[in-house]
Design a protein around this ligand. Structure first.
Ligand code: NDP
Length: 477
């Protein structure tokens, strides 16, 4: 008997995906550059399903039913190209290569074009949920051709997370669309984590709560509209006590956040596409600031308010204010991320269903949340929605959050608590609201020093003012 799918690259992610497939009754061919991982998988988990271990590329390819479907789950970058080059010559027209690693979507577009010329389908696929997700049901974001999804889709949907019976997997769009959407997912994840971290910092800084108390606050929030995986694990991390010192875990961890790069990609691409994803950008910058020990000079050399606490009436209700500010800021961050997907879709010609994207993020992935069901609903009701901020429920929530949001950002500024995520979300919101922006002045400055011209509110055309002359005459460019 042959295998319906093969997995090459059997480190933690590949191993768990292969086990997930086998547990769902699919026969899985196994391969890894070095044999050890293949043997170990069969030794430890062989009883979970039907595996066909292969110890050469040829053996692996021969173990597969046609059209062959090969999932590559190796270290992203050059290793992916090396593995593609190893297998592609052994495959035949119509076979499918799936890259489930964290590839940059531009690499995926390049690989897809090259393999298409050779008659092969190449499906760059985002997989979210870490190793647990890979084993128990991840959120899966496949790109590539529609034709490839006909054979591959049912398998991937089968092993994906399910929410209300719906699989957290859908065909996202052609070539790199899946990896693009996975990238934005990670960017949104950065923003969401930053906002949650700022909420913690505010509750601690402004109210003087201990981490264990704040864990309770998050636990309560997790029973409401903020119900999400990230809030749930936040409560657990905050409640954790370091065994060695007896101190709160968060107080013994070095406060320098690391990153593997997908958040940075999101911002780089956001800049290229001209999409204002300030929430994601601030989250990436906040991580890099935290890592700059050299710049973090401290309050002895950098003057500012001392860290006083709120008292009495001011303190009362502040936690509720933070909840509203967090929710509103989160809506902004997601609105920006979905706008980036929209922009990527137009730029690269992908027909991305934003409601479907929200739907497959409801389970399996790191940003899974009740909230995403509302986003799905918003795009289902109005597919061309320019921003989530105008959609019914979100619009009402943001209206309701106004006073709290502004109080929280003002309080943070007064107390000297850094809240780049909250602040930029509010600034973005006010930017969208403003009847006039000082961009008009910037156009004037640009025209002054660079004759870059400007458009007028009252007439069509491009205009230039002769700034260097006495009469400053205006001419049409
Ligand atoms: P790693 O990223 O650590 O990659 C290890 C695997 O890559 C091993 O199977 C290794 O083979 C193989 N490999 C490395 N270089 C080569 C090469 N030149 N040729 C052939 N094979 C090579 O494994 P993970 O399981 O952590 O991640 C796999 C992919 O999934 C990555 O792209 C990652 O970004 C992505 N991902 C990871 C998540 C996570 O939570 N870890 C979540 C979502 C996606 P060998 O055993 O021979 O060294």
């Amino acid at each position: 008997d042959k295998a319906s799918i093969g997995v090459t690259g059997l480190a933690v992610m590949g191993r768990n995906l292969a086990r997930n497939l086998a547990r769902h009754g699919h026969t899985v061919a196994l391969h890894n550059r070095t044999d050890k991982r293949t043997r170990e998988l069969v030794d430890q988990f062989g009883s979970e399903g039907e595996f066909i271990p292969a110890y050469s590329a040829r053996e692996f390819v021969d173990a597969l039913e046609r059209p062959r479907q090969i999932v590559i789950m190796v270290k992203a970058g050059e290793p992916t190209d090396a593995v593609i080059e190893e297998f592609a010559p052994l495959l035949e027209s119509g076979d499918v290569i799936v890259d489930a690693g964290n590839a940059h979507f531009a690499d995926t577009r390049r690989r897809e074009a090259q393999l298409r010329e050779r008659g092969l389908h190449f499906v760059g696929t985002g997989v979210s949920g870490g190793e647990e997700g890979a084993l128990h049901g991840p959120s899966i974001m496949p790109g590539g051709s529609k034709a490839s999804y006909e054979s591959l889709g049912p398998l991937l949907e089968d092993i994906s997370a399910k929410v209300d019976g719906d699989p957290c997997c859908t065909h996202i769009g052609a070539d790199g669309a899946g990896h693009f959407v996975k990238m934005v997912h990670n960017g949104i994840e950065y923003a969401d984590m930053q906002l949650i971290a700022e909420s913690f910092d505010l509750l601690r800084g402004a109210l003087g709560h201990e981490p264990a108390q704040i864990a309770e606050v998050f636990r309560t929030w997790n029973t409401g509209r903020l119900d999400s995986y990230l809030i749930e694990i936040t409560a657990q991390v905050l409640a954790h006590t370091d065994a060695g010192t007896g101190k709160p875990f968060v107080d013994v961890v070095a406060d320098q956040a690391e990153q593997k790069g997908t958040g940075r990609w999101t911002v780089q691409i956001g800049l290229d596409l001209g999409v204002p994803i300030s929430g994601i950008a601030e989250a990436v910058f906040a991580r890099s600031l935290s890592g700059h020990a050299d710049l973090r000079i401290g309050s002895r050399e950098l003057p500012g308010p001392s860290r006083s606490k709120l008292k009495g009436a001011e303190a009362e209700g502040f936690a509720d204010d933070v909840e509203r500010a967090l929710y509103a800021s989160k809506i902004v961050a997601y609105a920006q991320g979905f706008n980036q997907i929209q922009a990527g879709g137009s730029e690269y010609g992908w027909d991305i269903d934003l409601g479907a994207v929200a739907s497959i993020w409801r389970g399996g992935c790191i940003i899974r949340a009740k909230f995403l069901d509302d986003i799905r609903g918003a795009y289902e009701a109005e597919p061309g929605l320019p921003t989530l901020l105008t959609s019914g429920g979100f619009n009402a929530a943001v209206a309701d959050a106004q006073d709290s949001w502004r109080r929280v950002v003002a309080t943070a500024a007064q107390l000297g608590i850094p809240t780049p995520g909250f602040s930029t979300a509010l600034a973005y919101y006010d930017g969208l609201r403003a009847p006039r922006l000082p961009a008009a002045l910037i156009q004037g400055q640009r025209d002054f020093f660079g004759a870059h011209t400007y458009r007028r509110t009252d007439r069509d055309g491009a205009f230039h003012t002769a700034w260097a002359t006495d009469d400053r005459a205006e001419s049409e460019a």
